[in-house]
Design a protein around this ligand. Structure first.
Ligand code: VG1
Ligand code: CO
Length: 542
């Protein structure tokens, strides 16, 4: 095979962040850009003679990128690439495939919930042999390799079509095209009682799953319709499109508003759910109720033992630090460990590998377990359905009972999007430099109890990370956290996470924004958000 050695442009300003590299399609499509980043990954991981999994969420530029990566894998001596048919694999399905096939790692082509299309975003991330996102030491090495590179290796000739299941060769490398859904559906059938869910649905229980024109369409159709007997109309927007139907495949009350409104309207089904671009996030709705991701994690932790895959109980629950404390209360009641990690699924990997945590969750609609090493949207939906099939109660009843027992952690996230990066950094550094002076101060009527810049030492690996965001606790059970997004591609996004605990016996059915009004006002004042950003209101409230 002939190998082309081509000089490349440097990659500027790359932030592997929580999930690989995300940029506008036009940046990735710039000659040499994708190639340089891919070569940097290969230089960092040294995949010669190894097996890799490859798949993506089907967004615009996936097909071209897939061809380039396959040709580069061949030129870099990869022995075998296991790829989803037509290049498709949801993120959790890719994680499962890496584990099932004991592959060396995997490359996932996705920008998750970011919009797709020629003007949208593209992304590439590397997952390690446990099926999870590469930890910081590896992403740091990739960054270093990307900065110190002068050539990439690419095989001549076209990579074979990915439309037919089976094996073919590209030079010495085997390309094995697999069904993207089969193995994943089989894993779900092992974890959950499909017979119980089937009979729930057969009894007249109605549901809608919104795939948001993204990767979960085929997965949801196979599992919910074909295997569990839900009518075909239960899957909405089930045909993936390269630009996600022009939408924003982020499963929250803002971007999945039609589903949210349906569940709050006169025609509401019993259950509603949605997933994101690459299938790792979930939104859960019941008739006339939205379940916050933080509450969802807590309810799932409290009820997981009802489901075959977790019948032996769970060992621990891990949540990212902006996620509410609701799951900690369940862990305490169950007498199991609770962990608070930085934002990003990669921090859960060691806890899952060590068996210290069974369930993990993030406030950003990511929930998952030790079955893979990524968050998993459809898994969360099926876990809810299995619990509903056992309890035969409404979502609202389950949540109301949960709050009555544990109290309610009122919760909301306020995002200030596309703000000026300099202003965003100034806000954070001013806040961080004031931390020591804050305890004891009063803001908008609330007394600040503590203020810290979150630092984390992994209890298994000992890896330490600092500067993960500011946590403010207030007297009276309120907490706020502020951090800048690592996944955006336009300016900066300031995320403000707000919670207020109401113990059992207190008013538990208030409007969340209303219940949070004091902590919202206090946090705005402490961080001087309007002064720095020029905005008085967030762009997205979820
Ligand atoms: C966001 C979420 C974070 C999540 C990350 C990747 O990051 O807040 O919880 O792990 O996206 O999820 P950030 O840095 O923008 O806040 V996904 O579904 O985009 O892979
Ligand atoms: Co995602």
């Amino acid at each position: 095979m002939t190998i082309n050695t081509v000089p490349t442009q440097p990659i500027e300003g790359q932030v592997p962040g929580t999930s690989g590299l995300r940029k506008k399609v036009e940046v990735f499509a710039d000659p040499g850009y994708l190639e340089t980043y891919t070569q940097a990954i290969f230089n960092a991981i040294q995949p010669r003679g190894k097996e890799l999994v490859l798949g993506g969420d089907g967004r615009f530029f996936n097909r071209e990128a897939m061809q380039t990566i396959l040709r580069m894998a061949a030129a870099n001596g990869v022995a075998r690439v296991i790829v989803g048919q037509n290049g498709i694999l949801s993120t959790p399905a890719a994680s499962h495939l890496i584990r099932k096939r004991a592959a060396f790692g995997g490359l996932i082509l996705s920008a998750s919930h970011n919009p797709g299309g020629p003007k949208g975003d593209f992304g590439l991330k590397y997952n390690i042999a446990n099926g999870g996102p590469a930890p910081e030491d590896i992403t740091d090495t990739i960054v270093a390799c990307a900065q110190n590179i002068d050539a990439y290796y690419i095989a001549n000739g076209e990579a074979p079509s990915l439309s037919t299941i089976g094996e073919s060769q590209l030079g010495d490398m085997v390309i094995e095209v697999v069904d993207p859904v089969d193995d994943y559906a089989a894993l779900m059938a092992e974890l959950f009682n499909f017979t119980a869910i089937r009979s729930l649905i057969a009894s007249g229980f109605t549901l809608r799953f919104d795939a948001m024109h993204a990767v979960t369409g085929p997965y949801a159709t196979e599992i919910l319709v074909n295997r569990l007997g839900a009518p075909a109309k239960s899957v909405l927007n089930g045909t993936p499109s390269e630009d996600f139907g022009g939408g924003h495949p982020d499963p929250n009350p803002v971007w999945a508003k039609p589903l949210f409104d349906l569940l709050h309207g006169p025609e509401a089904p019993d259950f509603g759910a949605a997933s994101d671009g690459d299938g790792d996030r979930n939104m859960i709705l019941g008739r006339d109720i939205y379940v916050t991701p933080s509450d969802s994690l807590a309810v799932l932790a409290a009820n997981a033992h009802l489901v075959p895959g977790y019948a032996g109980g769970i060992t621990g629950v891990a949540r990212s630090m902006p996620t509410s404390a609701a799951s900690d209360r369940v862990a305490e009641a169950l007498g199991i460990e609770a962990f608070q990690t930085p934002t990003g699924w990669k921090y859960f990997g060691t806890l899952l590998d060590a068996g210290r945590a069974t369930l993990c969750g993030e406030e950003s609609a990511g929930t998952g377990s030790n079955h893979v090493r990524e968050k998993d949207g459809l898994w969360a939906v099926l876990l809810w359905l299995n619990i509903l099939a056992v309890k035969r109660q409404s979502v609202k009843q389950i949540l109301t009972d949960h709050w009555a027992k544990f109290g309610r952690d009122y919760y909301s996230r306020h995002d200030y999007e596309s703000i000026d990066s300099t202003a965003a950094n100034a806000l954070m550094s001013e806040l961080k430099s004031n931390l020591a002076a804050l305890p004891g101060q009063k803001a908008a009527g609330l007394v600040i109890k503590s203020a810290e810049d979150f630092a984390y030492t992994d209890p298994i690996s000992g890896a330490a990370t600092t500067g993960q965001g500011v946590i403010l606790t207030y007297e009276g059970g309120a907490r706020a956290m502020l951090r800048l997004s690592g996944t955006g591609t336009e300016g900066a996004t300031l995320r403000v996470y707000l919670e207020q605990y109401a113990p059992p016996g207190a008013a538990l059915d208030r409007d969340a924004q209303d219940a949070l009004s004091a902590v919202i006002a206090a946090t705005k004042a402490v961080a001087r958000i309007p002064e720095h950003t020029g905005r008085d209101h967030p762009d997205v409230i979820s």
